[in-house]
Write a protein that binds this ligand. Sequence first.
Ligand code: 5GP
Ligand code: ZN
Length: 112
Amino acid sequence: MTTENCIFCKIISGEIPAQLVAESEHAIAFNDISPQQPVHVLIVPREHHANVTELALANPLVMQDVMQLGAKVSQMLTEGSHRFTFNTGAAAGQTVFHVHGHIMSKTPKTNG
Ligand code: 5GP
Ligand code: ZN
């Protein structure tokens, strides 16, 4: 997949809408269109890489930014317990080939 037909590149450029949760210099966080848990946010670097292996090896600074944005979103939206997962490769369930981490939690933060 190239950046021209990549759905997450289109979300990053604003061509396709998404529910933005937070952003940083190198990444954005938006709600998954088909949430699997009460909190389900995707953490997506602005730069296109096919998967987390390629990103981590090519650009550790952006990888760090992705991890920090995920940490911030988990603190914003959950009581602490969550999963932060990167499906890598079709056989592992990856369906969008622009690296993204899933922040998923069954325990959304309660207000008061
Ligand atoms: P993967 O299976 O590649 O790890 O995760 C891809 C995720 O992207 C899925 O959870 C899917 O629901 C989500 N997704 C696919 N297309 C869109 C979209 O257009 N907008 C949003 N917000 N999420 C999407
Ligand atoms: Zn992309």
